[in-house]
Design a protein. Structure first.
Length: 262
């Protein structure tokens, strides 16, 4: 037996330990990191595009009530039955380059407390409220404001009024045409002004006078003449023009403007 130390033995063992097939290779971790980086970049890009689109181009809304029937459907049916509310898309770009026109269907923020005195729909000071506010930036939650959808009947500088003795709604002294009002869903025997006579009201420059197509079920400009804008909607409160119904599939399609003054 020999007690001599063989240096080559250690070297041999070390060499063996350093061989590729005897040590873990860290290289497969790099593709995983690369994938995660790419995923993060894609997520940031998607969120950025969503924010830009929702802020400047278009936005989705859900129609909550019957006030715009038959053009837009929302709320319970005539007999109280549940149904799918229309989901609509508004064009936020069009009014950056042109003014709202008679017949446009628009979404707008409540101009005053007279339209809604309950305040914002959610409390942004709470954690859940803040979370929904963030989702709202990207279009995944509704904005924290009371939004309405109606049709423009008269614009700035025009005078609007309705008296049953005159036969209905007039703009600048002329009776308007209302093919979008379905008499079949109005109470039997409704007078020309339905449940409210009003005016004359001179619409301030930059504002619009709005009414719901379902006249007897719409709390529109007629009902808010006592506020600071005399029931009209300022341009700055208009969020956009309704362009499409995207849900339900059975009602998918465009929402056109029908000028009642022509």
């Amino acid at each position: 037996m020999s007690d001599d130390y063989d240096e080559n033995d250690d070297n041999g063992d070390n060499d063996s330990a350093e061989r590729p097939w005897n040590r873990k290779d860290a290289e497969p971790e790099e593709p995983k990191r690369s994938f995660l980086r790419e995923l993060a970049v894609i997520l940031v890009v998607v969120l950025a595009v969503a924010w830009i689109a929702q802020t400047f181009l278009f936005r989705q809304y859900v129609v909550p009530s019957q006030s715009m029937e038959p053009t837009l459907v929302g709320g319970p049916g005539p007999n109280g039955e549940a149904r799918s509310n229309d989901r609509i898309v508004i064009d936020k770009l069009v009014y950056r380059f042109s003014d709202p026109q008679p017949g446009d269907v628009i979404v707008f923020k409540a101009p005053s407390d007279d339209w809604d005195d309950s305040g914002p729909p959610r409390d942004s000071s709470t954690l859940s409220g803040k979370f929904l506010d963030v989702l709202s930036w990207f279009g995944y939650a509704p904005p924290n404001e009371y939004s309405l959808v109606k049709r423009v009947i008269a614009v700035g500088g025009q005078t609007v009024e309705c008296h049953n003795a005159d036969g209905g709604t007039k703009v600048d002294g002329k009776l308007i045409k209302q093919p979008f009002v379905d008499s079949a869903i109005q109470p039997p025997g409704s007078p020309p002004c339905f449940d409210m006579e009003f005016g004359p009201v001179k619409v301030p420059e930059g504002n619009v006078w709005v009414m719901g197509d379902n006249r007897s079920m719409s709390a529109d400009s007629r009902y808010h003449q006592g506020d600071e804008f005399h029931g009209t909607v300022p341009r700055n409160d208009i969020r956009g023009k309704v362009r499409f119904i995207i849900w339900p599939l059975s009602r998918m399609g465009g929402v056109g403007s029908v000028n009642p003054q022509k």
